[in-house]
Design a protein around this ligand. Sequence first.
Ligand code: AHG
Ligand code: MN
Ligand code: MN
Length: 308
Amino acid sequence: MSSNQSFNHFLRERGADWDVRSLLYHIARSVKYINFSIRAGNTGGAVTQNASGESQIAMDILADQIISKELEKSEIAKVIASEEQEESIEFPSHRGNYFVAYDPLDGSSLVDANLAIGTIFGIWESPDMIGHKAGDGMVAACYAVYGPRITLTIALKDKGCHEFELNDVGEFILTRADITIKDDTTYFAPGNLKVCGENPKYRACMERWLDRQSKLRYSGGMVPDLHHILSKGHGIFTYPSDTKQPQGKLRLLFEGAPFAFVFNEAKGVGKTQEGNDILDTIVTDYHQNTTVFVGSKNEVKAVTDMLA
Ligand code: AHG
Ligand code: MN
Ligand code: MN
């Protein structure tokens, strides 16, 4: 579908309230600045470690700063939490009462290889997450893909999932409204494949995909891998646990919950390895990990059943 509808206009027509649109306006600005920085070549190698002990490149830090500044300007986000910052940040003077969690740059290890990367955001209505289910009070989630084109995909509670593309005058224009995914699929994106060496059940999942002649679509970047599923209208992405990472590698608030929310809005699912809804996981720590099984309903069920 093509149109000239700006994202703000579209979201207003869909009944998104002013505060959420305002937050998304600042998020979209941060995505544009991050895109400029990537194009400007701010892509240096590993320089330091983040709160989870993972390598950080200069772009991770710059993207984090761009987003935190924009969210501060919004005056609507009361508390923000970033994958790249150990502690959450509070803005007590802000009139809004929202919590925003974000992964400033997803796939930073792919930057030097010039593969697609992304940014992920989750938005909650209440600033107090600890002790609550990850999906409680969640009102929106979105992610940007920095590839040959720059897209921003936004899901709003009970208002669907929609894709916008950055045009040459810096506006995000609607490219796909009401993205939905089918229950069955012939695509698979198997993260953490080394688990096949320690978990015969995951190896059996892999063999099932091969036997069914499913198509492998895996880039190593969660954002483009999941965007592929939404673009084609079916698929599965898996990231199981292993002995070193018994809760998985991906982060609940920065990666798992935003995508589970997006996929729910697109009529897909986001489950843990145990087959529970990711959004039902109780938040105990902003940096907690989760296993991730997202995509077409029947396929996610088949795979999580096999791993049970
Ligand atoms: P980040 O760059 O934010 O640390 O996240 C990278 C993630 C995700 O994009 C991808 O699915 C996963 O890491 C791949 O990890 P491994 O290649 O280490 O299994
Ligand atoms: Mn990430
Ligand atoms: Mn990241």
